[in-house]
Design a protein around this ligand. Structure first.
Ligand code: SF4
Length: 222
């Protein structure tokens, strides 16, 4: 397993401001500065190989992952990169300790943007290091087809993650620190977005329109 121990973070105040739809630019800029000083962005990853494909599952390094979508995404893929990215515990503590509800909401939302930035850094690092054009990402829990119950085998592939970057799974299979994301990276010609297959009505984080035809193609809608 490899560790990226110091991921640099930079957030563009204009784009953060427009995403948060805030009327107080000065306050948001102050919160960005605070968030970036609190975040300790780190990541772990490991190159791993697809060993078997079943109708609705895939076996990676001896661990079976049951998901039609992951299975289809890995149709022509041999090597993948299980990974975890985190902003660290200090960020969580700051959000939890913030009394003002609006400030808490903004800080949390800025944390999501910072985590996305850290994940983008990991993707860029892997593309350069392994000479890959494009990598896509899937997380357990992002779709009903690949639920949170699939977190433990993913963490088994990243044995030592807690010692390396202080991320652990709770009994309810959520990650601590909360501002962490886990998943499997895989080469793909066009970027895969779980949102395309997710019918949820209202979601502030949607990155692509729901596509019913694609959901049928992936075999998760009959
Ligand atoms: S639409 Fe929202 S809930 Fe659905 S996959 Fe995208 S980010 Fe997740």
């Amino acid at each position: 397993m490899e560790i990226l121990a110091h991921i640099p973070l930079e957030l563009n105040p204009t784009s953060v401001h427009s995403k948060l739809k805030s009327h107080d630019r000065g306050a948001v800029e102050g919160l960005i500065t605070r968030a970036l000083s609190l975040a300790q962005a780190r990541a772990v990853f490991v190159p791993a190989y697809v060993e078997a494909r079943e109708e609705d599952a895939v076996v990676i390094e001896g661990r079976r992952f049951k998901s039609r979508v992951l299975r289809k995404n890995l149709d022509d893929v041999g090597r993948v990169f299980p990974a975890v990215v985190t902003l660290g515990g200090r960020f969580d503590e700051a959000v939890e300790g913030t009394r003002d509800m609006l400030e808490k909401y903004y800080l949390d939302a800025i944390g999501n943007l910072a985590l996305a930035e850290a994940r983008a850094h990991l993707i860029a690092h892997l593309c350069q290091r392994f000479a890959i054009d494009k990598l896509s990402w899937m997380s357990p829990g992002s779709l009903a087809d690949w639920p949170l119950e699939e977190q433990p085998p993913l963490f088994e592939l990243l044995s030592g993650v807690e010692a390396a970057i202080d991320v652990r799974l709770t009994d309810s299979l959520l990650m601590l620190p909360r501002k962490s994301v886990s998943g499997i990276l895989f080469p793909a010609e066009s970027t895969f977005f779980s949102c395309r297959l997710c019918p949820r009505d209202r979601c502030d984080n949607r990155k692509a329109r729901y596509d019913e035809a694609a959901a049928r193609e992936y075999g998760i809608l009959t």
